[in-house]
Design a protein around this ligand. Structure first.
Ligand code: SAH
Length: 316
């Protein structure tokens, strides 16, 4: 892809300077007055105190999409508990930390959510600086709410560091704006399967189809036939644009452009590797103009007016 992986910013390898003046304990100040590295932007950077857990989003893929708070956390963590969707490059930015894998990969048995939450508590109680790193944003279809609640229930102090979610940032890497004035005043994020792994039957697809011009589906590939069928049944047109963005914001990014009527057959003919987000709605057409990675690689825009406005984009 055009945007190569970002280089790690020039940060101190040693984190000694971060140690809170008052020593171990969880009562210390939330912030350090000055960052020890002159290369850091001037800001009151928080200290990851011993005994604390920071629940942090890593963004959808490209390490450059990690937030500065996320990077600040990585450089201080003694333990990083990470999910499958977190890139190895980001993990390499915490060379001092013990890395604990807590995700699903390649069909291997995955740790139970309860075990993950309890291991965070155990690490924190042992007085370690714990970073819980999840793909995208921890509070978007990521069970971050449950993990944080467990921390509260066990009296463990924590901080939430939001991340860029795949349904927004991943689509942006495919040149798809989740909102566009000429397309939608609402966007709905849905999960393609519920807690049991089945297609979410509890969702009112009719209401979603009527109420939201753009629908972004996470974890939707497995049940795409049912989801597309439900949207068509609810009156969405068969020729409505659909884009499937797989491995968004990584060098393996693949985009399948289709329509609601064709998407199931297209995915059967051209399977995409997980993870993938699906965008249903005319916003997906904007990729014909805004596929910035293709443009950066020298391609001409396929269409500079994909929504057929017939006038310059800057005009009212
Ligand atoms: N908390 C994450 C979502 C976790 S659920 C976030 O905010 O992004 C896992 C689902 O997220 C995947 O099934 C897929 O739908 C989506 N996803 C995560 N990373 C992705 C990526 N790089 N490309 C495409 N989809 C991704």
């Amino acid at each position: 892809m055009a945007a190569g992986p970002a280089s790690p910013p020039d940060l101190p390898a040693s984190l000694g300077a971060f140690s809170p003046a008052q020593g171990p304990g969880i009562e210390g100040p939330m912030t350090a007055s000055a960052h020890p590295d002159h290369n850091w932007p001037d800001h009151d950077w928080p200290v990851l105190q011993p005994g604390w857990v920071w629940l942090c989003g890593a963004g959808p893929g490209d390490p450059g999409l990690l937030t500065l708070h996320g990077l600040n956390a990585l450089r201080q963590a003694e333990v990083v508990v990470y999910d499958a969707l977190v890139s190895e490059e980001i993990l390499a930015w915490a060379p001092q930390a013990r890395l604990i894998y807590a995700g699903k990969r390649g069909g291997k048995p995955s740790p139970q959510q309860r075990d993950i939450s309890l291991s965070l508590i155990e690490q924190a109680r042992a007085g370690r600086r714990v970073l819980r790193l999840k793909g995208g944003d921890p509070f978007v279809f990521g069970r971050g709410g449950e993990e944080a609640q467990t921390l509260v229930q066990h009296g463990i102090p924590f901080r939430i560091v939001p991340g860029i979610t795949a349904g927004i940032g991943g689509l942006a890497y495919a040149g798809i704006p989740v909102t566009h004035r000429d397309v939608n005043q609402a966007v709905t994020f849905v999960t393609g399967h519920d807690a049991t792994g089945a297609a979410p039957t509890s969702l009112d697809w009719g209401a979603i189809a009527r109420g939201s011009q753009v629908i972004v589906i996470y974890m939707g590939i497995k049940h795409i036939a049912q989801i597309a069928g439900a949207l068509l049944d609810a009156g969405r047109p068969g020729d409505e644009p659909v884009a499937v963005v797989a491995n968004a914001a990584t060098p393996e990014q693949r985009v399948l452009e289709s329509t609601l009527a064709r998407i199931t057959a297209d995915l059967e003919a051209t399977p995409v590797p997980p993870p993938a987000v699906i965008c249903v709605g005319r916003a997906a057409l904007m990729r014909q103009a805004l596929d910035w990675q293709a443009l950066a690689a020298g391609a001409a825009p396929r269409n500079t007016d994909p929504l057929g406005r017939g006038r310059p984009a800057e005009s009212a």
